[in-house]
Design a protein around this ligand. Structure first.
Ligand SMILES: NC(=O)c1ccc[n+]([C@@H]2O[C@H](COP(=O)([O-])OP(=O)(O)OC[C@H]3O[C@@H](n4cnc5c(N)ncnc54)[C@H](OP(=O)(O)O)[C@@H]3O)[C@@H](O)[C@H]2O)c1
Length: 307
């Protein structure tokens, strides 16, 4: 199987590289080339139709795993065209190519397609109503993939973190090194998800697709780790784990505050909890342990610190 992975330098992309490499002939691409890149790395900006179609024509993959995305939620409010180019037009091009060439597409989307007004975990059948440009652009990508008719899975996930890239865990640890006290939003709730678990879930989807009984299973699926938390609760756990593991000496004093105390360009849903039963019933994928995953990431950071 020939696999093309985009967004390979991102949080999810980096976790996917070793797993996908074991499943077939892999070509990876992003707009930068990290020091660790292998010979199968193609440095390319894929925001234009020409670049994407050139890459697809040249490599002719059986499977496209699209981890490339515009993920700057606040910046998207000021540059909607760029957000839509990467989050909507790019997956549209990929999906139409996949349909024409009998390839599959594995794509990712977000809890931010919902308005956050629910009190129950969101199911795939719940109506989306994104409140931000980022959420709107991701929803447009989902709809374009569906409309193409290609074989696909869109994994919606939430609050992704890892030991690299830009995410809440790294921001909190950075802030804690500079501030004795922090105010953290306590009225937005979601399920923090380790990029490594999303990569593992992706590989399980691919493995099932290779079995005849699951080959036609497609559509939108929710995947997130097993605990719902507010940002404040998440921060408390990050500092608790980090102190216990010796990553920081002590955590800052934390105060829980409402979102109004941190005005941001993009409106975020207050409730982002995703129901994961469909991916469990379809592909046998269960949410991984939040506690174990946060510990894995803290351990990776301790190792980085000591090297
Ligand atoms: N991060 C989250 O909290 C979160 C939550 C829910 C859903 N998701 C979804 O999960 C998926 C993976 O997210 P992630 O956190 O791994 O994202 P990420 O770390 O931002 O990675 C995305 C990668 O795509 C690259 N990219 C963007 N525009 C490109 C272009 N024009 N040409 C080539 N590469 C380009 C980015 O490069 P640059 O860094 O140079 O832009 C980055 O390396 C995305 O679909 C995202 O929408 C993420």
């Amino acid at each position: 199987m020939k696999i093309l992975l985009t967004g390979a330098a991102g949080q999810l992309g980096r976790e996917l590289i070793p797993l996908l490499g074991a499943r077939g002939q892999l070509v990876v691409t992003d707009r930068i080339t990290p020091n660790t890149a292998g010979e199968n790395w193609v440095e390319m900006d894929i925001s234009s139709g020409e670049s994407t179609e050139g890459l697809l024509r040249h490599f002719d993959p059986d499977l496209i795993v699209n981890a490339a995305a515009y993920t700057a939620v606040d910046a998207a409010e000021a540059e909607p065209e760029t957000a839509f180019e990467i989050n909507a037009k790019l997956p549209d091009r990929m999906a139409r190519w996949a349909k024409q060439h009998d390839a599959r597409l594995l794509h990712y989307s977000t809890d931010y397609v919902f308005d956050g007004k629910s009190a129950e975990p969101y199911r795939e059948t719940d109506a989306p109503d994104p409140q931000s440009v980022y959420g709107q652009s991701k929803l447009a990508g989902e709809l374009a993939i569906k409309a193409s008719g290609c074989s696909h899975a869109v994994l919606r996930t939430s609050w992704v973190y890892s030991s690299h890239g830009k995410n809440f865990v790294l921001s909190m640890l950075d802030l804690a090194r500079k501030n004795p006290a922090l105010k953290i939003v306590d009225d937005q709730r979601g399920c923090p998800t380790w990029a490594g678990n999303l990569a593992l879930a992706s590989c399980k989807v691919i493995a099932k697709w290779q079995q005849r009984d699951f080959a036609n299973l497609k559509g939108v699926f929710h995947y997130c780790d097993d605990r719902s938390l507010s940002w404040y609760e998440f921060a408390r756990l990050i500092f608790g784990f980090a102190v216990k593991s010796g990553l920081i000496e002590s955590g800052p004093d934390l105060t829980a505050v409402p979102s109004e105390e941190f005005p941001q360009a993009a409106q975020r849903p207050n409730w982002s909890v995703l129901d994961t039963h469909r991916i469990g019933a379809g592909f046998g994928i269960k949410p991984a342990s939040f506690n174990q995953s946060l510990q894995v990431v803290i351990d990776e950071l301790v190792k980085k610190d000591r090297s």
